[in-house]
Design a protein around this ligand. Sequence first.
Ligand SMILES: [Zn+2]
Length: 455
Amino acid sequence: MNPVRGSLRFRFNEQFSADQLPDELDGNEFVAKHENNSIVCPEGECTEKVNVADSEPPQFVCPKGHINPYDESRRFYYDIDTSRAIEELLNEVAIEGQAERDGGLAVVVDSEATFIVVPGDYRDTLLQNLGQYLSGHRNICIITFTNDCRDGIKRFIDRFGGLSMVVQPPNVKRKVSKFTSLVDIRNSVEADYLPENEEVPEDLVQKIHDNPQFVVSELVNYEKIEGNKAERERMEQLSTLAFSQLMNFPLNSLGMADRGNRIPDGFGFIFDRDGSNDPLLILDSKSVSSKTRDYPKITEADDAQYRKYLEIAEDISYQHGITQRAVVFISPEYSESKIHDFLDELGRSDLDEFRVLFMELEALATLLLLRSTHAIDRKIRLDKGRWEQLLYNLIVDPKFDREPDDYELERKNADLIDKRVVVEHISQSLDEQRSKEEIIKTIEEKFKEFDPHEV
Ligand SMILES: [Zn+2]
């Protein structure tokens, strides 16, 4: 393991006696060996300091005359030079600025963003220190080195919303660079639009934290949101939180007060394991359109705000070398004719490089079920990289048996993603036939638990 990463898996300046030094730190360049100059006499209650007698074998001798066998692990200890490892890390991932230590954190504040390095495992005390940065700063990127630390902090930052994310090796440099491009996007968008400051409802985050499947049962119950603004807003919050649960997905809340501006609710990247493909996603639950609502206009003639937004996304993609861009609508249901109106308009514009996904709420719920069902997790070994790859493919090239309507959408670089598509895509992406059948069965059973309409 890379020595910087290896040493940062432990807490700030953590010390080890010679016999406790973990194997992975043996020979690590950020670990130093020290001699203990005040070894306490091992004899009973004695508090004297011993000398090491140069006998063969050596012995501990104290001024009171106690003689004890020499013990290397009492004489030497090791500690980690965490600050130097962090300095090296910041250098490697091209974060400029001086890190200031704050309890268990190392914090670098620059004009656009705050970077926080969290060495070691998770403990609740970290959150007290983190809280002040999350509430006071806009763009926070937190770098962790152990899974429990990442997961613990991610749950915490979700409730603050905004552009905060947790990244972890491998590929920290790339992930940090994606984060800074999100900051760029946020700044460009905000230069044109005044964002509504939407607090993420803490009770919802807590419920999802306690029971990830809670959000599934909520999502599948949204049938009709037409004409009910409060319900629509709750669905938007749920969808945003749902996406944030699916992966380490930084969501930039850009929801607007309803003043005629149409801009999406969030955007982010999927980090795939190989690092070659990062689509830019624009999630759009605000302009969800079912039977009666219209899609956002994008023609110049209408002086469309939405068009401007897509142009910003295009500029940013160009600057950061992102080749895949997708707009993801989220809605309980879709009107086929309106889908095609929108796609035709997009096709006539010069913004035709965007893929468009029309994701049904049920499909989002299915993805969450898949992610949170541990039985499935074990069976198909959906480790982080694999899961992200499956999601990536679902967005850029879903595998499922297409019907004539689906082909028509595909020709327009679009797909309608419903529950069936999600299940087929996941099962077609797996090799083992037995796993496929089990996944389909598990999903069907789970849905019966949650969905009041299934009989
Ligand atoms: Zn003694």
